[in-house]
Design a protein around this ligand. Structure first.
Ligand code: HEM
Length: 594
């Protein structure tokens, strides 16, 4: 949802705390933590307070006749986006009578309604920015104009705010903390040790690269916008559904005159009500996952390095053994029994990567709840009374599409890391060096044939999996498929020339590939060398040391050396070919989805 599969988390400059890992994560988290410390929350309190007041005034003044029935979620999105805009990067005091600039951008990038949040193309961009850039440039070729990218617009909007801000100013917003840590000449972020590392005692520098600041502000603003709007909507819905809880809460709210940081902390029932709403609807739970950095055994189960574990918070929060028989009831009193929160309550995640904005979010929700419920009572509109609020993936991210992309990525990772280290290992293998020195050895033969065949098997598995995934997704969305075909037809008519060029390139590539693949049966044939000279492959072979070796010596071992390098170049080309086909596939699918 919030960049769960951030591209190149170790090498891209614009990476935020959620997308980072290892030392980099620790450093970004350290800087961001200061922005949500108790001291700073107290400084942010008046900003939120003032924004909620202005929102309620606007609601009362302008929507009085409509106030009998409101669509809470979209209104709350407007409010929470204003709050986070002020707290994350210091947008000025908000006038709700006009559309907020950054809310318009949020709406464009993520959709204002729950059903339109994250279109497929956004999800795709989130995962494969390069492909979407290619897609956009192709689109602009078709339309002869550049299609604006909402995420890039949001980025440049935030970028301009970041650029204007100076370090050591006295703002309480998150941006100020990042600006104070900014160092544009610092390149340390490039050399982060991001593999498995014990970072508990590592000395962490509190510096930030400029790109990291923009990414950070963007992530925090997104993390703090939909999450809190959803939470408050669910909270109001439950109060409407359970009027006796609303009554009890109303009585508690009346025990304090006005809201400040300390007095809101003293409202225990309010706190319990918010916690119970998050227990029943842990709506951010899809974000809770962990990747195994090294093999480990827990309770006798092996978790291999690279494995991604998704927590099932929903089941945990609805387990009658943990919460009792009234597990499905809205019963805030269960949180009053103890001063500390139950360890099975994890709507904000758990452990070192627990949500950094937890206390900020709860403070914000308390201010909104306090101010809103002192003015209004809520009940469910009559036509919705029979409806049960259900959380479904459909209403948030295009989860199925995301799963598809994640699967493809996992498959890619499955292929590439296996292939590359394998290749490295071969290179560093004394047997291989021996082999390069034109000494034929059975050991090198064995290692090569093993690498080659296992690669092919993996490749085969990969292609089959991608096909199955495609079929799976296309079947489910038969309608989309039909639309895709129609759009593709139109598309083909429009840019026949472009397609022609792409096809020629693919055919060319395929031709090279086809030729190269024939090297295997041919390599013992006297016509082999002639054949090599006729293929474009020859060029690369000549420049390759192994081939020079081959030319210098006519022994069978040197023939094998060139076979080795042609074989690895086949793999590279094969990989390029498959990547191209996949890009085209994804591109065509995208056109359909749009
Ligand atoms: C009701 C509101 C919110 C909920 C339910 C929520 C929930 C979550 C969850 C479940 C995670 C993943 C935790 C894990 O993997 O264990 C997370 C991460 C995160 N959240 Fe929130 N969040 C909320 C509001 C916010 C706000 C307001 C901010 C910022 C001001 C924020 C900033 C973050 C950040 C930076 C992370 C990544 C932390 C890391 O990877 O170290 N969240 N949140």
């Amino acid at each position: 949802m919030l960049e769960p599969t951030a591209p190149e988390p170790d090498y891209t400059e614009a990476v935020h705390v959620f997308g980072s890992r290892g030392h980099r994560w620790k450093r970004l988290r350290t800087v961001a933590s200061a922005a949500v410390s108790t001291n700073n929350l107290k400084r942010l309190f008046p900003l939120i307070d003032e924004t909620v007041d202005s929102f309620l005034k606007h609601l009362e003044a302008n929507d009085r006749e409509k106030l009998t029935q409101i669509e809470a979620h979209s209104l709350l999105q407007k409010l929470t986006s204003a709050i986070i805009g002020r707290c994350a990067y210091g947008i000025p005091k908000v006038d709700f009578s006009s559309d907020l600039e950054h809310f318009k951008l949020f709406r464009k990038a993520f959709g204002a309604q729950p059903t339109t949040s994250f279109s497929r193309i956004d999800t795709l961009e989130w995962c494969f920015p390069a492909i979407v850039r290619l897609y956009n440039s192709l689109l602009s070729l078709i339309h002869f104009q550049s299609k604006s990218n909402p995420l890039e617009e949001l980025n440049s909007y935030i970028g301009s705010l970041v650029f204007k801000r100076k370090s050591n100013e006295s703002h309480p917003d998150f941006l100020q903390f990042f600006k104070n840590a900014e160092d544009s000449n610092w390149t340390g972020w490039k050399s982060c040790n991001n593999g498995f590392a014990d970072i508990s005692n590592a000395k962490i520098s509190t510096k930030m690269a400029p790109g990291e600041i923009v990414a950070q502000c963007r992530f925090l603003s997104i993390a703090g916008f939909d999450t809190t709007a959803n939470s408050v909507t669910i909270f109001l819905y439950l109060l409407a559904k359970y009027p006796h809880v609303q009554e009890k809460l109303f009585n508690e709210l009346n025990t304090i005159e006005s809201a400040d940081y300390e007095s809101l902390q003293s409202l225990k029932f309010l706190h319990a009500t918010l916690c119970e709403a998050l227990r029943l609807y842990p709506h951010v739970s899809p974000l809770q996952h962990r990747t195994c950095m090294k093999d480990c055994v827990i309770d006798g189960h092996l978790f291999s390095a690279g494995l991604v574990v998704q927590l099932d918070t929903w089941s945990l929060h609805h387990d009658p053994e943990l919460w009792g028989d009234d597990v499905d009831e809205f019963h805030p009193e269960r949180f009053l029994a103890s001063e500390t929160l139950p360890e099975n309550w994890i709507p904000f995640g758990t452990g070192p990567r627990e949500c950094i904005g937890r206390r900020f979010a709860l403070m914000e929700e308390k201010i909104i709840a306090f101010k809103f419920l002192r003015k209004f009572r809520v009940r469910i509109a009559s036509e919705w009374e029979s409806h049960e609020l259900k959380l479904s993936f459909r209403n948030t991210v295009c989860i199925r599409f995301l799963i598809f992309i994640v699967c493809v990525r996992i498959l890619l990772i499955f292929i590439i890391p296996h292939q590359t280290p394998h290749f490295h290992r071969l290179r560093q293998n004394p047997a291989h060096l021996l082999h390069s020195a034109s000494v034929s050895s059975s050991a090198s033969l064995a290692s090569e044939s093993c690498s080659s065949s296992s690669f092919r098997i993996r490749l085969l598995i990969f292609i089959v999996c991608v096909k199955i995934l495609l079929i799976f997704f296309i079947c489910i969305r038969l309608l989309i498929f039909i639309v895709c075909v129609r759009i593709l037809l139109i598309f083909f008519i429009c840019i026949r020339l472009l397609i022609f060029i792409v096809c020629v390139r693919i055919l060319f590539l395929f031709f090279i590939l086809h030729q190269t693949l024939h090297l295997h049966p041919l390599h013992q044939n006297p016509a082999y060398r002639l054949h090599l000279h006729q293929t474009p492959n020859f060029y690369r072979l000549r420049q390759n040391p192994a081939h020079t070796l081959h030319s210098a010596s006519d022994s069978s071992s040197s023939t094998f050396a060139s076979e080795l390098c042609s074989s690895s170049s086949v793999h590279t080309r094969l990989l390029i070919f498959i990547v191209c086909v996949r890009i085209l596939l994804i591109f065509f699918i995208c056109v359909g989805f749009v």
